[in-house]
Design a protein around this ligand. Structure first.
Ligand SMILES: [Zn+2]
Length: 324
């Protein structure tokens, strides 16, 4: 990182950082991927360099902790000031290839929540859409049944916006129907070849676990829990734990709700299922910070999106102050 940036952090930001109430609040950051280079089709996803300075900021100005230490110390009331956990969702291969070396360099513990149904060559439906838009040589996207009439996707900006609008429109339909829609979308984009190496293989997952990364449950097929019956929820959770333990030979202690918005993507019944299965904690995608009184089965998380170290650090501090 540029030295002057750190000087700025030290002289102007640090006094504010240090004034954050000590030992009361835990920020759990949520990442998905770390790319080899910035991708205009995936705005907001850091590349290795970006992730590197983010972890440098976490190490220098915050207290990185594993989920286990953070939750134990939250319980005991001995949480260090400015505590931060780093988590990743879904189980992307780049978590091993790009994120792990950075985490090791800065000695930052992390938890990766893996959907085991995509291990060894699988692809999540939203990635199929993004990759199809990325690889397509079409200049016009046309799919009237989804409400797209001859959209010019020549410009990267419009291509990206159209892609995410498509994702938004099919996000909450039933999984089987959604897969059909994804096929139609790919066809409309000229059926480009899509990558099959986005997610971890079992061998890569084993390496990640051996390197000390905590592996958490994120279901097998990544369903929105409110869209399936409770028997299926139970099966998704149990099968995922079994799959992950088969590979890592370690207990699976934490759970991340797919999609993760409370009262929309999961509810009280699902929290009870997670609790009854003996998990030690569960995380959501609701933005926020945790204190001792926060529901252990619905711990909020947060992603600072800023492109500069000082704003990134400031965002975490502002989040820490946002406790309701
Ligand atoms: Zn996910």
């Amino acid at each position: 990182m540029v030295q002057s940036t750190f000087n700025l952090l030290a002289t102007r930001l640090l006094p504010k950082v240090l004034s954050v109430e000590a030992g009361k609040r835990l920020s759990i950051l949520v990442y998905h991927r770390v790319l080899d280079r910035v991708d205009p089709m995936r705005p907001g996803i850091p590349d290795v360099m970006g992730f590197d300075w983010q972890m440098e900021v976490i190490t220098r100005y915050f207290q990185p902790l594993s989920m286990m230490d953070a939750l134990a110390r939250l319980d005991e009331g001995t949480l260090p000031p400015r505590s931060v956990c780093v988590t990743f969702d879904d189980g992307y291969a780049d978590n091993l290839i790009h994120a792990l070396p950075v985490l090791q360099r800065w000695n930052v513990p992390a938890t990766v929540f893996v959907s085991s149904g995509f291990l060894d060559g699988g692809r999540m439906w939203n990635d199929s859409v993004i990759e199809a838009f990325t690889a397509s040589d079409k200049t016009i996207f046309e799919l009237p049944e989804l409400g797209f009439e001859k959209v010019d996707i020549t410009k990267p900006e419009t291509r990206m916006q159209t892609c995410y609008e498509v994702i938004k429109r099919i996000k909450y339909i039933q999984p089987e129907q959604r897969l059909e829609k994804v096929s139609e979308i790919c066809k409309a984009l000229g059926s480009p070849k899509l990558p099959d190496n986005l997610m971890l293989t079992r061998d890569e997952l084993r390496l990640l676990s051996k390197a000390g990364i905590e592996i958490g449950n994120h279901t097998v097929t990544h369903p929105v829990l409110t869209a399936i019956d409770n028997q299926s929820v139970l099966r998704e959770l149990k099968d995922n734990t079994r799959d992950l333990q088969d590979v890592t030979q370690k207990p699976v202690k934490y759970f991340a709700y797919p999609n993760g918005i409370p009262n929309k993507d999961f509810n009280e019944e699902h929290k009870n299922i997670v609790k009854d299965l003996g998990f030690e904690g569960a995380v959501t995608t609701e933005w926020g910070v945790s204190s001792r009184s926060t529901d252990r089965w619905a711990l909020p998380r947060f992603t600072p999106w800023d492109k500069s170290p000082q704003r990134f650090a400031m965002r975490i501090i502002m989040n820490m102050r946002s406790l309701r």
